[in-house]
Design a protein around this ligand. Structure first.
Ligand code: BGC
Length: 758
């Protein structure tokens, strides 16, 4: 992988960008500058869409107000438009309304694909495959740029340790080391070595910082995190994304330790810019500047604008009535300095110039159509879905299925043939017709050789409280009048009973996960468990296929269903990938990016907890249920079988600041080829703080044929051995002994140790 070229100041000078920016700044009025630091949603909602009270806006007034603002040069950026013709039209309005010829920057939530939908981000993280992740976001960037989108509000790099929080699906899970690697891969995928190049867009890691730690997993609720947690757990993926050259960072909605994150000068100026040298622009989350008033923090909109801008928030994302429209008043009152506003405008103009927007503001609509239809993109999405799926259990090697030995398959469950759910949340520009469900995939795979029957088995399940995302077509129609739920269940169970094998596809519907989709329970919604139990009760060998973005309560299944395959929301080609996995054309190879709890009462549950004073009772912290995970962090089976041997070190002792190299041999002792993700964990025995029992500090994905071995090397240097210490309020490398564990999950047994001397 090539190192991204951070667009240095020298480079900007060489490109003449800085001179042009300064020239523009000299000519702009305060109102024009305020316009450049304002980003508007532009919504054309489907007829009849309910926007009240979720967004509090009038669907007609909103686009009208934005077009008026465009006409007077009052818009720096727009979001939520994906149609290239519409983008060109709005760009024409922007240029006609701006006497300096400054084009608008278009952003969008390109989270896991634009037209070609890849598996959801938590799934991509479960692949532990940085190349595939990078390629996936490169495809997303290519499609986005082709339609005129210049910037993705992604990756979401928030560490999530509480699966009640719906947005766990958008991130890389619980671990900062994995999270950082996934963040870097995504930034490189979106931006390449320079986002000014063809087919590239700006990456915007979000939400800085702490959003994933919402109290009780309740979206938007306050977050209280110690400095040690922030530096050791929450910040590493952000820092890694910044070091990879991310051009943008987004703020977070919630209060962090009592102060709205979106007005934290500490976060945006001291940590992000001063400590990490971030040179891009910061955008607020949607309405987060106005919301400083809602939080009971800012007195009014001018105060909100002042506080956000002086904290370091360059661009306000607003639905309507932006607070930054009050910046000219703030300048006049002296609450915001001219230099502060100019610095923000400068960053926005620099981004536009680097993107080449002044020279090339429009897109070619024919080319956009071609790029969106590229079959290679679908192929890559399918491979990603194959690599992301996690085989949780495979008792008696029920999987892979042999199509030649099967006469019939029953594909049961409400998610077996749901196109929209196969895609997952946070997609808007998808093509349902081309989406391959699990049922479609199995049918295509076995052709006429095997009889395939299917039934959903249960009635439609709805959220108790509707989602604001339902207005984008996510909600399901109610069952028809007179629907007989018991008869439907019986029909599905009879089909399963008569088949040679049953594949039961259950989980959460896509609008039950994501933003504003937190949950108080982890149970399978509706009568899905009952359906699964009845199918297994027929005695037909059953494969459970789980469609999810968070761990669900699978206690019964883990004891009673022989094979469990977690496919997440696998995207456009999801069903094709699942069929290949089920029938053994490819081996499952994903690994869990979080600890899978048994029950919601255990959360938050992480593998990297400290030892405590009774480590021997770690699994018995509750008297009613083991406190260990159902499946550990890093777990995932394969059709191959991997053994770890020869764990060795090149040094038994090092000085702080030096590096030790760990070697281990992995052998596929199974009968079939497969990929394995080898993982390295450390534990510091003693020092100036108690450190976690295990911390991931290295991983490598490798392909091994049956019988093949490979020796891996993992360097452990200052970056892996240091940590932020609450006592000294600084980074330390202690004098200590470090235990190392290498294996296929976070319970790896192979161990060796070394000392760090003074
Ligand atoms: C979310 C952001 C997203 C933005 C724009 C907000 O509600 O928190 O992650 O990028 O909307 O859609």
């Amino acid at each position: 992988m090539t190192e991204p070229d951070q667009h240095s100041e020298r480079q900007l000078q060489a490109d003449g960008v800085q001179a042009r920016v300064e020239e523009l700044l000299r000519r702009m009025t305060p109102a024009e500058k305020a316009g450049q630091v304002t980003q508007y949603f532009y919504f054309r909602l489907p007829a009849g869409a309910e926007t009240e009270p979720a967004l509090g806006m009038d669907p007609d007034a909103q686009p009208r107000a934005v077009e008026e603002a465009l006409g007077r040069g009052g818009v720096g950026s727009l979001l939520f438009v994906t149609d290239p013709a519409e983008i060109n039209r709005l760009q024409r309005l922007a240029l006609a309304g701006n006497r300096h010829g400054i084009p608008a920057l278009f952003g969008f939530d390109v989270i896991h694909g634009l037209r070609t939908i890849f598996p959801v981000p938590i799934a991509m993280a479960a692949s532990w495959d940085v190349e595939t992740i990078q390629q996936g976001q490169a495809v997303a960037a290519r499609e986005a740029r082709a339609v005129g989108i210049h910037w993705a509000f992604a990756p979401m790099v928030d560490i999530a340790r509480d699966p009640r929080w719906g947005r766990i699906v958008e991130g890389a899970g619980e671990d900062p080391f994995l999270g950082a690697a996934v963040a870097v891969a995504q930034v490189r995928g979106f931006q390449g070595t320079d986002y000014g190049q063809e087919d590239r867009i700006i990456a915007g890691p979000k939400h800085f910082a702490g959003y994933g730690a919402a109290l009780g997993g309740r979206d938007y609720d306050e977050v209280n995190l110690s400095d040690a947690e922030l530096w050791n757990t929450i910040f590493p993926p952000f820092k890694a994304a910044v070091e990879a050259g991310a051009g943008n960072v987004m703020t977070a909605y919630m209060d962090l330790n009592g102060v709205p994150a979106s007005a934290s000068r500490w976060l945006f100026t001291e940590v992000l810019r001063q400590e990490w040298g971030f040179g891009g622009f910061v955008v607020s989350d949607a309405n987060a500047v106005r919301n400083l008033v809602t939080h009971g923090f800012a007195a009014d909109l001018p105060d909100a604008a002042t506080r956000a801008m002086t904290a370091g928030v360059d661009l306000e994302m607003a639905i309507q009535d932006p607070a930054y429209a009050h910046l000219p008043e703030a300048l006049q009152a002296g609450t915001v300095g001219q230099d502060v506003l100019d610095a923000s405008v400068r960053r926005i103009l620099e981004a536009k110039l680097r993107l080449g927007l002044f020279d090339n503001p429009y897109v070619d609509e024919d080319r956009a159509r071609e790029v969106l239809a590229d079959p290679q993109h679908r192929e890559m999405a399918r491979v990603a879905a194959e690599r992301a799926a996690v085989l949780l259990r495979n008792q008696g090697n029920l999987l892979p299925l042999d199509p030649d030995a099967l006469g019939s398959v029953a594909v049961i469950g409400p998610l077996a043939d749901s196109r929209r759910d196969t895609l997952g949340p946070w997609v808007f520009d998808f093509d349902l017709d081309e989406t391959v469900t699990v049922l479609d995939g199995i049918r295509r795979k076995v052709g006429d050789r095997v009889r395939v029957e299917s039934a959903p088995g249960i009635p439609v399940v709805q959220r108790v409280f509707a989602s604001m995302f339902d207005m984008f077509g996510g909600n399901r129609p109610e069952d028809p009048e007179g629907f007989d739920a018991d008869a439907e269940l019986r029909r599905a169970v009879d089909l399963a009973g008569a088949a040679d094998v049953a594949v039961v596809v259950v989980g959460e519907w896509q609008n039950m996960i994501g933003e504003a989709a937190s949950r108080s329970s982890l149970e399978l919604p509706g009568r899905q468990l009952e359906l699964l139990q009845a199918v297994v009760g027929t005695g037909t060998p059953t494969v459970l296929v789980v469609m999810n973005g968070r761990p669900l309560d699978l206690r019964w299944a883990a004891d009673n269903v022989p094979a469990i395959l977690d496919i997440w929301y696998p995207g456009t080609q999801g069903g094709a990938a699942v069929a290949k996995l089920l029938f053994g054309e490819v081996s499952p190879s994903g690994k869990l990016p979080f600890s899978w709890p048994r029950t919601v009462g255990q959360v938050p549950l992480v593998y990297s907890h400290t030892r405590s004073h009774e480590p021997q009772n770690q699994g018995r912290r509750y008297w009613d249920e083991p406190s260990t995970p159902l499946f550990p962090f890093g777990h995932g089976l394969s059709y191959g079988q991997f053994e770890y041997t020869n764990l060795t070190l090149d040094h038994s002792s090092i000085q702080a600041g030096e590096t030790v190299t760990v070697s281990a041999t992995v052998t596929n002792v199974g009968q079939r080829a497969g990929d394995e993700v080898a993982q390295l964990y450390i534990h510091q025995r003693y020092g100036s703080a108690s450190r976690p029992v295990r911390e991931l500090k290295g991983f490598q994905r490798l392909t091994l044929a049956a019988g093949q071995s490979q020796t891996l090397r993992f360097p452990l240097g200052p970056d892996e051995l240091r940590y932020w210490n609450a006592a000294t309020r600084d980074w330390v490398i202690d004098t200590t002994t470090i235990d190392i564990f290498v294996g296929g999950d976070s319970t790896a047994a192979q161990t060796v140790n070394f000392t760090i001397g003074t």
